[in-house]
Design a protein around this ligand. Structure first.
Ligand code: ADP
Ligand code: ZN
Ligand code: ZN
Length: 764
């Protein structure tokens, strides 16, 4: 009986929205399975396809005899049918090209392309061999071990290892019988064989908390969270548990124990962490608990290294995969638990096609596998909080487990706010206020450490009054207006309204709210702060961490180790210092400029600022000694600031939810963003207008839909391309991706590039 395969063709076009069916020739039946890469004849042209389903039945309504056969199997199975369904879901949900979604599922380094030449079809690229995944190393005892004189094979192996660890495959290649010798030596305790390999920048290190032992007693919050997770796993329906715990409350410990339980049931686990917190510290904690069972995937690995980690998961050697976004697509069987740490992080939204959100995609994968999804954060997203309040989302239960306390003696730091308007009136030109200077001196004198955060988001794109902190905002959208030098206008990037910026930047301009003349673009750099610190604390170890100092591979890690090892040190940096670092001897955290990010023309500005402050404040007092936090701001009354100071997140959430509901923003609606860019300004304008017209026509009369714009993007021109966008608000139940994709297909967009962003996070 004939078999049929359903294929996603690797053709980069949005027009291809569904798989195609091909017949499986009898001689290939043994080789064709879900996840295989195959070669087909697509309307007379060769094409590569990925098998998403195999069936005994011919496609409906088609004569089985007429179904074209596929030609050849190019690569063995790389993904399972749950992952195949995930790929199809992503393409529809995010209006993304099908082939781009499926490429995420392929092993690193697989690049099969097919071209038609004079002599017929030819294949380019490669399917690399799976690398050997076992490494052999001498143990302490092995260094002095002398094998029996007639144990020639063992002798050869030991000689090979004298220089350092070797791949088992390499040993076997030069010495037949090496595998048997290695097994014998392993039994004697002379060598170790392991699949845990050095993985570039994420080696285990000696950082203090990487060594944290398993606690003997869990807090009540941790126990409750673990039983909620166990129930979610038993439900086997993709149930979600939001572990809502202050920094240092022991969320990571909860993940570790939930993973242990999952492994004990014979299932596997995926842990997503933001790329930036994928540090040796994090990796060390997982390795410390699960040893060789962990694969690590992150963007700093070479293709070979990534391929190796991928292969460890595929072959079942590692049953836990820890990584950034892409770890979601690791080839694990029988996934029982998916953890998304710092679930509120914006970096979970991919900013190139396919523009998927890793948290939402994880929820779909958990549903497909019947796994539990655990989301963790000290500052959960408004989306997750709202779904937990509702109790479900898309038919799946969502529950919140709250962990309001830190274990043991660690207490929440005391937070105070420094009103920079006062400081400015004192004509203290330094970015460091008098109270912050005093605290830095005291902390250093006590031999303790400080962390200083410089908020770089929203850098100098707005006007601010240095006397009252006022920034002009749009009356329709409550987002900050940005200043356009070219047209001397203040513009709203959400609705497109514009106002003349009166005489600015003439010196005669005054603040609309207090009449002050100290109105200007606002900004300071990390270098400046570092210089101030060196003058304030001569001889103190000062570690600066920003985009400039962390360019080199492993630099991030080195700076952290340096900070860890230097008593009395100060770490100064941008938001990259705010996340996940756990140093017990940091007792002071200073925020140099808390509000720059509050003034971004983005409805998430307050949420992000609040989250950043809360995260960085959580760096203080993680050990025995109490910590304190000083927040410098021109806007001391904003709820994002006062809520951090009073440790009152509920107040912030109430404020923020009310704002969102009022203005019809997520989590109460879905938001889509279509950006059209072109080097030809008129063309970009024409195409975006057509897209907006199509969207208006498609959604006219449908309740809850609104089309806003088109307007300039915040970055109205980037790399010589003019950028225009149109925003769509849709009801929560809307099939937003499909509507956006359909509207864009109707428009002739030649000469422009059109980016569809569903559930857009970054509206720049
Ligand atoms: P989070 O991930 O919420 O920031 P962690 O899991 O990193 O918190 O825990 C913070 C610190 O507390 C770590 O050093 C961890 O080893 C320790 N810890 C976690 N749970 C417990 C517990 N039940 N008892 C004692 N210490 C704990
Ligand atoms: Zn003012
Ligand atoms: Zn507006």
């Amino acid at each position: 009986m004939a078999r049929f395969a359903s294929l996603v063709l690797d053709i980069p076009t949005r027009a291809l929205t569904a798989p195609y069916d091909y017949a499986v020739p009898e001689e290939l039946e043994g080789d064709v399975a879900v996840g295989c890469t195959v070669l087909v004849n697509f309307s007379g042209r060769p094409a590569v396809g990925y098998v998403v389903a195999v069936s005994d039945d011919a496609p409906e309504g088609v004569d089985p005899e007429k179904v074209k056969p596929l030609e050849q199997v190019l690569a063995p199975s790389a993904f399972c049918s749950a992952q195949a369904r995930l790929g199809l879901w992503m393409a529809r949900e995010y209006a993304a090209p099908l082939n781009a979604c499926f490429r995420l599922l392929l092993p690193a380094g697989q690049t099969v392309k097919v071209t038609k030449g004079d002599n017929g079809w030819s294949l380019d690229g490669s399917v690399p061999d799976a690398p050997e995944d076992r490494w052999v190393a001498l143990t302490e005892k092995g260094r002095d071990f002398v094998p029996r004189a007639n144990a020639l094979r063992q002798r050869e192996v030991l000689e090979g290892l004298a220089e350092g660890p070797q791949r088992l495959a390499d040993l076997a290649a030069v010495s037949p019988g090496a595998r048997g010798a290695v097994t014998a030596l392993e039994k004697k305790g002379v060598v170790t064989v392991s699949s845990s390999l050095k993985t570039g920048a994420v080696d285990e290190t000696s950082l203090s908390s990487a060594r944290a032992p398993r606690p003997r007693v869990l807090t009540q919050g941790q126990r409750d969270a673990l039983s909620a997770i166990a129930r979610a796993r038993e439900a086997a329906d993709g149930s979600v548990v939001l572990v809502d715990g202050v920094t240092g409350s022991g969320k990571t410990e909860v993940y570790l124990q939930a993973i242990e339980e999952t492994l004990a049931q014979g299932r596997t686990a995926i842990v997503l962490v933001p790329e930036i917190s994928l540090t040796a510290q994090t990796v060390g904690r997982f390795r410390g608990r699960f040893g060789d069972e962990v694969s690590i995937l992150h963007s700093r690995l070479s293709t070979g290294e990534r391929r190796q980690q991928w292969e460890l998961a595929r072959t079942g050697h590692s049953r836990v995969v820890v990584g950034a976004r892409s770890a979601l697509f690791a080839p694990l069987d029988n996934v029982g638990l998916i953890v998304v740490d710092e679930e509120h992080e914006q970096s979970y939204k991919q900013d190139q096609a396919p523009r998927y959100h890793a948290r939402e995609t994880a929820a779909e994968l958990a549903r497909l596998h019947g796994a539990a999804l655990v989301l963790g954060s000290a500052t959960p997203s408004m989306e997750s909080l709202e779904r937990c309040r509702e109790g479900s989302w898309r038919g799946v239960p969502w529950v919140r487990a709250s962990m309001p306390e830190r274990p043991g003696s660690a207490v929440l730091p005391a937070v105070s706010v420094v009103d920079m308007r006062e400081q400015f009136r004192d004509r203290n030109g330094s970015p460091l206020s008098a109270p912050l200077r005093k605290a830095l001196l005291e902390t250093h004198a006590a031999g303790e450490k400080s962390v200083l955060l410089l908020n770089r988001r929203g850098f100098a794109s707005f006007l601010m009054c240095r006397d009252c902190g006022c920034v002009p905002t749009c009356p329709h959208c409550s987002t900050s207006l940005t200043y356009h030098e070219r047209t001397r206008e203040l513009a709203c990037h959400t609705c497109g309204s514009r106002w003349p910026a009166r005489a600015y930047p003439d010196p005669g301009t005054v603040c609309p709210s207090c009449g002050s003349r100290y109105l200007g673009a606002y900004g300071i750099g990390t270098q400046r702060v570092e210089d101030e610190l060196r003058a304030l604390l001569p001889g103190a170890p000062i570690v600066r961490m920003d985009a400039d100092t962390t360019k080199a591979k492993g630099a991030h890690q080195k700076l952290l180790e340096e900070f860890d090892a230097s008593p009395g040190a100060v770490l100064v940096g941008t938001q990259m210092i705010a996340k996940g670092l756990d140093f017990p001897d940091v007792t002071l955290v200073g925020v140099v400029n808390a509000d720059t990010s509050l003034k971004l023309p983005d409805f998430r500005a307050a949420e992000r600022t609040y989250g950043l402050l809360e995260q960085v404040a959580g760096r203080a007092g993680r050990g025995e000694k109490p910590g304190r936090v000083l927040i410098q701001t021109y806007w001391p009354t904003h709820p994002a600031i006062t809520s951090v100071a009073q440790h009152n997140r509920a107040a912030f959430v109430r404020y923020e939810m009310a704002m969102r509901r009022e203005a019809d923003y997520p989590p109460f609606t879905r938001l889509g963003n279509v950006t059209v860019s072109s080097t030809n300004e008129g063309l970009a304008e024409r195409v975006v207008t057509q897209v907006a017209d199509e969207l208006r026509a498609a959604t006219a009369g449908r309740p809850g839909w609104r089309v806003l714009g088109p307007t300039d993007c915040l970055k109205a021109k980037a790399k010589d391309r003019y950028r225009r966008h149109v925003l769509v608000k849709a009801p929560l139940s809307a099939d937003l991706g499909a509507v956006l994709a359909e509207a864009c297909r109707e428009v002739d967009s030649r000469g422009t590039s059109v980016a569809i962003d569903v559930d857009a996070c970054d509206l720049m």
